[in-house]
Design a protein around this ligand. Structure first.
Ligand code: 13P
Length: 253
């Protein structure tokens, strides 16, 4: 169902004590400022999921994983399955982040298997797509995103696709301090929604949340979130500072 969502992606940061402190700082900020109608999700490193989900559950927000295995169970040393996450009460997972595509060789085929397993175990996949700088400069960004979205998601039926959250994260904007302009974000989000409309119809497409990620911060979030097809953000660096993260949560007009 389409919602306003702000999700934090801590990536591989923080030791245990700092992570716990940050969780409590987020609780304090949310208690003070509230979250309005916005769904708040914090995607912490896997080893902190138990600690962070306990704290979040008591305070009205959610915790997600940053990744899950493409396999269901078995001899896959080091992997964490969708079933394991589900058994710990985890409700969301980022899937197909560009850092996983780049550093761990994740293809749309692998990511598509992860989406299926997430849905099988009632975990909302936050499916990431987005072009690299050279692709944008060559004006191939729409083709790239069309291919990513269709290859990884378009085998899903109408009901399943409404369980997916899509995050558009232009790779050139991730961790660079260069944000997509509000117009660039809206243009791509509207394009993604048009792909969903073409495949599933307008009613289904209108039900899907599309988040923006890439150097989104407390200063630029309001302008990005004011766009009709931007339903929130997937926040990296700024999610490591509780006051900034909760300020982004409250950036909807
Ligand atoms: P930054 O907000 O640090 O650019 O990271 C975005 C991101 O990759 C979130 O998944």
């Amino acid at each position: 169902m389409r919602k306003k969502i702000v999700a934090g992606n801590w990536k591989m940061n923080k030791n245990f004590q700092d992570a716990e402190d940050l969780m409590f700082e987020i609780v304090d900020e949310l208690t003070e400022k509230g979250a309005g109608e916005t769904e708040v999700i914090v995607c912490t490193p896997a080893v902190y999921l138990e600690m962070s989900s306990d704290i979040a559950a008591e305070n009205g927000f959610m915790v997600g994983a940053q990744n899950l295995s493409q396999w269901e169970s078995g001899a896959y040393t080091g992997e964490i399955s969708a079933a394991m996450l589900h058994s710990m009460g985890i409700t969301h997972s980022i899937v197909g982040h560009s850092e996983r595509r780049t550093y761990f060789g994740e293809t749309d085929k692998i990511i598509s298997a992860k989406v299926d397993l997430a849905l099988k175990y009632s975990i909302t996949p936050i499916y990431c797509c987005g072009e690299v700088l050279a692709e944008r400069q060559a004006e191939k960004h729409f083709d790239v995103v069309r291919s990513q979205v269709s290859e990884a998601l378009f085998h899903l039926g109408k009901e399943a696709i409404t369980e997916v959250v899509i995050a558009y994260e232009p790779v050139w904007a991730i961790g660079t301090g260069v944000t997509a302009s509000s117009a660039q974000a809206q243009e791509m989000h509207a394009f993604i929604r048009s792909l969903l409309t073409e495949k599933y119809g307008a009613d289904v497409s209108a039900e899907i949340s599309i988040l923006y990620g890439g150097s989104c911060n407390a200063k630029n979030a309001a302008e990005l979130f004011a766009n009709p097809d931007v339903d929130g953000g997937l926040i990296g660096g700024a999610s490591l500072i509780a006051a900034d993260f909760v300020s982004i949560v409250n950036s909807f007009s």
